[in-house]
Design a protein around this ligand. Structure first.
Ligand SMILES: O=P(O)(O)OC[C@H]1O[C@H](O)[C@H](O)[C@@H](O)[C@@H]1O
Length: 440
């Protein structure tokens, strides 16, 4: 496995009264037995496509082909889409340096820029469309339902901009859509829009909801945009599915242990928030992706815990005080990619001048690696719940495995809360009112 989960800091023996006793943890794990069994069955029968997505290869070539064609001569690739139609892509793109100032990933030579506009802001959209060179910009429009108004507004505004630039005839070369295939009796605005302009579309898997779709073409197009091999991401995810299928007991399966800890701590110890704290710029959006996955999948029927996206070490300087000394209601998951010995090495004379002798001859990675050890230990010393995930090498495989781990941890947690992880019924209320206020 690409990483190792450490749970000492969640147990009574590690942190005292704030942790779960071994017996209580076992009780929660036992409750997961039937769900593990049903997941095995769902894998065998193919009834839960998310369990089979990692081994799919048939969709890679069509995706590569559509992407290759789209991006010929492109200088900028714009992704429109929101929630699950963006966060998985952002997470994968960030592994390839997107969203990190000065990092172009491992790609060489001139590559198109990548931009994700997942938040609709009138001013941003107006300025972006005014400033983009529309001849060398390509737009990827992603919406599973094809009816999300933010994405429709972005898509229509971009089409209008292209029209005003006299490029309407080329719309089928400048745009690519990704949405559900046409289904009888189901309206899909994005699909109809694409069809009207002859814009090619890739199919969104109908059996995989947006927040679970990072490992489908929805997320993997972003891998192509950043020169990351989508197959490697899936290979990493496959390792977790293989573990699910070979581990008969929840006690041996890391996502089951994670779910038992999360929900056990919530129910028994009042842990109301779960904080994702990766020590890497390349995992910043992973934490944001996790927030949607956890929040929308579990926050229903009065259940769920609040997901928080954090990042190390920067948030040691903003959030850590709360976690170490505030209300005892957080579980901190520290993602540790290591990094000792990497990055700039500090000359001893400068360290001396800066009154930081302890940094003399050390690298930037040495400092961050020491922090990755120190903060979990400080949390343990304070009796606060902390889990560590040690990542051997932060690469496409490891990211694929992390994505699948947390998908399964979430699905298993839903079982412990007795909620359906795959719907988000409450979100509808806001959409209905929005339409009403627009006079619909
Ligand atoms: O992919 P789409 O259909 O455009 O949906 C995008 C997002 O919007 C919705 O409001 C849901 O709450 C999210 O779960 C979903 O990921």
């Amino acid at each position: 496995m690409a990483f190792k989960q450490g749970i000492e800091g969640c147990l009574e023996q590690g942190i005292g009264a704030g942790g779960l006793s071994a017996d209580v943890l076992d009780q929660y794990l036992e409750k997961l037995g039937p769900r593990m069994h049903s997941l095995h069955e769902a894998y065998e029968s193919g009834s839960l496509p998310i369990l089979r997505v990692a081994e799919r290869r048939d969709d890679i070539e069509p995706m590569r082909e559509a992407f290759g064609k789209l991006t010929e001569g492109a200088k900028t690739i714009v992704f429109f889409g929101t929630g699950g139609s963006s966060l998985g892509g952002q997470t994968i793109a960030q592994l390839g340096g997107w969203g990190i100032p000065g990092d172009n990933g491992d790609r060489t030579g001139p590559n198109p820029r990548t931009r994700f506009y997942d938040n609709l802001d009138a001013r941003t959209l107006e300025r972006a469309l005014a400033n983009l060179d529309l001849e060398t910009t390509r737009f990827i429009l992603i919406s599973k339902s094809g009816g999300t108004p933010e994405t429709l507004v972005q898509s229509m505004a971009a089409l209008q901009a292209v029209r005003h630039a006299g490029l309407e005839d080329k719309a089928n070369q400048l745009f690519l859509g990704l949405t559900e295939p046409a289904q009888d009796g189901k309206k899909n605005g994005l699909r109809d829009l694409c069809d009207a302009f002859g814009i090619p579309t890739l199919p969104h898997d109908t059996g995989i909801g947006g927040r679970f779709s990072a490992l489908t073409n929805t997320g993997l197009l972003a891998a192509l945009a950043r020169g990351i091999d989508p197959v490697e991401i899936r290979e990493g995810a496959s390792q977790v599915v293989s573990a699910l299928m070979s581990d008969k007991n929840p006690t041996d399966f890391a996502p089951a242990i994670g779910a038992a800890l999360q929900i056990g701590l919530a129910k028994e110890k009042g842990v109301k928030a779960t904080v994702m704290l990766p020590y890497s710029d390349r995992l910043g959006r992973f934490a944001a992706w996790f927030v949607q996955l956890w929040g929308e999948s579990l926050g229903k029927s009065g259940e769920g815990t609040t997901p928080v996206a954090a990042q190390g070490p920067v948030d040691q300087h903003s959030q850590l005080q709360l976690y170490l000394d505030g209300a005892e209601q957080h579980l901190i998951t520290v993602l540790r990619p290591g990094g000792a010995g990497t990055g700039p090495r500090i000359a001893p004379d400068l360290a001396k001048t800066a009154h930081a002798d302890y940094l003399a001859g050390k690298t930037a990675g040495d400092l961050v690696a020491a922090q990755q050890k120190a903060i979990p230990q400080a949390l343990i010393d304070a009796g606060r719940a902390v889990r560590t995930i040690d990542i051997e090498t932060l690469d496409a495989k490891a990211l694929g495995a992390l994505l699948m781990h947390f998908v399964l941890e979430t699905i298993l947690s839903a079982h412990l809360l007795d909620v359906d992880p795959f719907d988000q019924p409450a979100v509808e209320a806001g959409k209905v009112l929005t339409r009403k206020y627009l006079g619909a």
